[in-house]
Design a protein around this ligand. Sequence first.
Ligand code: ZN
Length: 136
Amino acid sequence: MDRELKQKLIAMAAEARHNARAFSGFHVGAALLTKSGEIVTGCNVELHTTLSSICAERTAMVKAVSMGYTDFEAIAVVSDAEKPVSPCAFCRQYLVDFDPDILVIMANAAGTEVVEMTAAELLPMAFMGSGRDEPQ
Ligand code: ZN
């Protein structure tokens, strides 16, 4: 993936974070690149019941699946923090479940600090199910 596309994903994730519903005050955006070249954004959507809240990464993935996309190439994640933030455990499992090779691009809001890892690198020895690989 070229640098220009990575910067576009980071910029779209940074923009998407402004839509976050964040009681925590922590705004996160994500931009998910499908293998067909579509970009689907997401933001964290927090509820008063913390356990029901959903992160930006999973918002983007669930949104993409609902649009008919299930093959993902990369995802950029951007928050308000000065340093890049990494996906939480739930999001790592989500990413790996779709494709361990998804490139995760973690950037600070300014896009000046970027860390890249695959989903598998973020979640080694991930649980991959019972062996029945295809959803019914
Ligand atoms: Zn998460």
